[in-house]
Design a protein around this ligand. Structure first.
Ligand code: FNR
Length: 338
């Protein structure tokens, strides 16, 4: 059978061998608060490359120490981080996968010692710390940290950069009116709430000419929150700034009960793809080759991000190919009739 899932995808000169992306997943496996790549990261990511994933996206990686979700997060806030990522990239690429890194700042959801920062001094819930409202200087420093992170990502040899604008972390906190109550040029109107992400993209564009993705939470699941239609506006602006693909997740901006079911976020990816004429990634309870094939063939998204199913089955692309009746390559060491 002809398959969309196993067709290549090219963006700014980078060709993925198929449409399967290993969705970013924090491993909380760095030691001593140092943010460095460890043996675990090598084993974890490289085994999915052996399993024939087209694009391996490294987990949320902090651009500043106070932007870590936990003290065990990966980091890219200084030059000493580059070497570990270079080795990780080298080992993944041996197997023909391309690589991406998700640059992140946890904002008010950071669980680290000391002050934490957000657009507005509102805690996520009663168990979390109340963040310090960022000054204009804090904002400029954080934008600069994303740009430095992008520069180091390039040096480390990543093919693609994704900015983490979802799940109620810092960029998302600026975008949503539920978490951004500022009255300066970074809050208030839709355009002002976009300014932080706008300035990060502009800065990254100065140091990076490869493919740029942005992950968003396309629904706040709150009556006064944002919906996929609001994200069509943001996605149009991202497209004007040269963003190549919007990776469409949802929620976690404020505590909310979410009704999850297979493909529950695919409709949001479809709305943004058709509304903003930009490529999208679909993610969320996509677990079978047939389900992925349906999404791509019906033009609902361009890439399929798989998270938990790739934890259960590192060779999921092989499982999906078998399901779809498609022959795919194996590492040559396995490619024998045993
Ligand atoms: C995640 N997720 C996630 N998302 C993200 O943008 N950055 C991250 O670092 C993480 N970390 C993370 C860790 C673990 C252990 C899980 C299970 C999930 C969310 C993930 O990328 C994905 O969007 C969701 O898990 C939904 O997809 P699945 O799991 O239904 O395929």
């Amino acid at each position: 059978m002809k398959s969309a899932l196993f067709s290549p995808y090219t963006v700014k000169g980078v060709t993925l061998k198929n449409r399967i992306v290993m969705s970013p997943m924090c491993m909380y496996s760095s030691h001593n608060e140092d943010g460095h790549v460890q043996d675990w990261h090598m084993t974890h990511y490289v085994s999915r490359a052996v399993g024939q994933v087209g694009l391996i996206m490294v987990e949320a990686t902090a651009v500043q120490p106070q932007g870590r979700i936990s003290p065990q997060d990966l980091g890219i806030w200084n030059d000493e981080h580059i070497q570990g990522f270079q080795e990780l990239n080298r080992q993944i690429k041996v197997h023909g996968s391309k690589t991406a890194i998700q640059l992140a700042h946890a904002g008010r959801k950071a669980m680290v010692d000391g002050d934490i920062y957000a657009p507005t001094a509102l805690a996520f819930n009663e168990k979390m710390k109340t963040p310090v409202e960022m000054s204009t200087e804090d904002i400029k420093e954080t934008i600069a940290a994303f740009v430095e992170g992008a520069k180091r990502s390039k040096e480390a040899g990543f093919d693609i950069i994704e900015l983490h604008g979802a799940h109620g972390y810092l960029i998302n906190e600026f975008l949503s009116p539920l978490t951004n109550k500022r009255e300066d040029e970074y809050g208030g109107s839709t355009e002002n709430r976009y300014r932080f992400l706008h300035d990060i993209i502009d800065g990254v564009n100065e140091v990076w000419d490869g493919p740029l993705f942005v992950r968003v939470s396309a629904n706040d699941y709150h009556p006064e929150g944002l919906t996929a239609e609001d994200y069509v506006t943001y996605a149009k602006w991202m497209k004007e700034q040269g963003v190549d693909l919007v990776d469409v997740s949802s929620g976690a901006v404020v505590p909310a009960a979410i009704d999850v079911y297979p493909g529950y976020q695919v409709g949001f990816a479809e709305t943004i793809k058709s509304g903003a004429a930009i490529d999208t990634g679909a993610v969320g309870l996509i677990t079978s080759g047939l389900q992925a094939e349906e999404i791509l063939r019906n033009n609902r998204a361009d890439l399929i991000f798989v998270a938990r199913e790739l934890l259960r089955d590192p060779y999921w692309p092989r499982t999906a190919a078998k399901h779809l009746g498609v022959e795919i390559e194996s590492p040559k060491q396995y490619d024998r009739s045993w």
